[in-house]
Ligand binder design. Structure first.
Ligand SMILES: [Zn+2]
Length: 139
């Protein structure tokens, strides 16, 4: 059993393009952007669509569920992360489509598998923001 320990929760750097995203995480809501021109979901959030270059994009609240697309178990780390191993670095594919680089938390790292269904959790950064991470759904 290798239960994850608490990971560092880095304070996000907000800029005008991501301010609304971080404000939403503080309220427990995960936002993505959607292109009104081509319909693609956009991650990371940015005002210009990377698929068709339209600037007709808008915020959309994601359901907060997805599946593990791929992952690594990190067993050695340095600096602020050195006391947190082992931990899981993963790409989660949201139900809306985008793949997000994130951590899988509140899990047994030895039992994490590609395709596992996960749900978002918001971890307080201590400065009024929250960092979205994912845990096994229904646990
Ligand atoms: Zn587009």
């Amino acid at each position: 059993m290798s239960e994850t320990t608490a990971l560092p929760v880095p304070v996000p750097v907000a800029n005008p393009d991501t301010e609304e995203f971080w404000a939403a995480t503080a309220q427990g809501r995960l936002l993505i952007r959607r292109c009104n021109a081509c319909g693609e979901a956009i991650w990371y959030p940015r005002p210009v669509c990377p698929f068709c270059h339209s600037d007709d994009t808008a915020w959309e609240q994601a359901g907060g569920r997805g599946t593990i697309y791929t992952f690594s178990v990190i067993r050695r780390a340095f600096g602020a992360w050195s006391g947190s191993t082992p931990y899981v670095l993963a790409y989660v594919e949201l139900d809306e489509g985008p793949r997000i680089m994130t951590n899988i938390v509140e899990c047994d790292v030895e039992k994490v598998r590609i395709g596992d269904v996960v749900e978002v959790v918001f971890q307080d950064t201590g400065d009024g923001n929250a960092l979205p991470r994912f845990r096994p759904a229904g646990s």
